[in-house]
Design a binder for this molecule. Structure first.
Ligand code: ATP
Ligand code: MG
Length: 275
């Protein structure tokens, strides 16, 4: 299936919250991978520290550090359930930004494992900076890079160089889309026009649902009826439609050691357990 990289221009526009909203609305098996070199927030946020999860990204880096391929089995061993449905999974990120530098050499192997899994993968890559620890390999092999941003002038200014960075990494803007949180403004239309980037869609401001996803504040029941999750479903379907037929092309950038096995995703996912 496809790998989707979520990035932000900084300023905490809602990249993690949007990645989770997309995953909870996703119509087929999906893994949310916390690849933010600034540190993951889902265990401490959505799960309020209550989910006993495997080491996740660091566990994969350990495999990659041994010089071996990171296989599908390695990836599956590091997943935790995102909800009780059995189709949404979660790869925990680092919890200390100081771990990011040590992780950097492992990104290509981790990216190949994520791109090779039979489920879709939504990788929260956080703020895109010009630093060595950024997960550029994930962007390079992703079927689609989604830049989550608000419509403020400040966000637009911060987005410009990030659009150029994604364009340099992916070899053009064809695999890049903007996802707006809140209202669309004139400035965003302008940046989309001048930098030739298409807008994927928008997610509404929905503080109540966002607080559940980003900080575990409030109840998770009934989330699917919220405006945020309903909009995320529309955005997710647009992402899937955009990448239909292109996922394989994205994967060829980096050698895929595990291959695409669409038929065996049930077999390779870990046994269902409650979060
Ligand atoms: N659609 C939304 N509506 C209302 N509030 C939102 C929305 N999305 C995110 N937020 C809020 O914005 C804040 C930042 O969200 P989040 O942590 O997802 O941002 P981020 O871009 O991942 O930030 P960081 O770069 O720090 O990881 C949180 O308080 C969250 O609840
Ligand atoms: Mg985040």
């Amino acid at each position: 299936m496809a790998l989707y990289a979520i990035v932000s221009p900084g300023g905490s526009p809602g990249a993690t919250t949007s990645a989770l909203a997309l995953a909870l609305a996703w119509p087929r098996p999906v893994i949310v991978a916390e690849c933010d070199p600034g540190g993951g927030a889902i265990l401490a946020g959505l799960f309020a520290g209550h989910l006993p999860a495997p080491p996740g990204l660091l566990g994969l880096a350990l495999e990659a550090g041994r010089g071996a391929e990171v296989t599908t089995a390695d990836l599956v061993a590091q997943l935790a359930p995102l909800d009780k449905g059995g189709n949404r999974w979660f790869l925990a990120g680092i919890h200390d930004p100081r771990q990011a530098l040590g992780l950097a050499p492992s990104w290509p192997a981790i990216a190949a494992a994520l791109a090779g899994h039979s489920a879709d993968v939504i990788a929260d890559c956080g703020r895109l900076d010009a630093v060595e620890s950024r997960p550029a390999s994930i962007l390079a092999v992703a079927s689609l890079v989604v830049l989550v941003m608000r419509a403020s002038l400040r966000q637009v200014a911060a987005a410009r160089p990030r659009i150029e960075m994604v364009t340099a990494i992916t070899g053009g803007s064809a695999r890049l889309r903007l996802l707006l949180v809140g209202e669309q403004g004139h400035a965003v239309r302008e940046i989309a026009r001048t930098q030739r980037v298409a807008v994927l869609g928008s997610l509404p401001l929905d503080r109540k649902t966002a607080a559940v996803l980003s900080d575990g504040q409030g109840r998770r029941s009934g989330l699917h009826r919220s405006s945020l999750i309903r909009a995320a479903k529309v955005a997710g379907l647009a992402m899937i439609e955009l990448t239909a037929g292109t996922a394989a092309a994205g994967r060829t950038v980096v050698a895929d050691p595990v291959g695409a096995r669409a038929a065996d995703h049930v077999a390779v996912l870990p046994a269902r357990s409650e979060p």
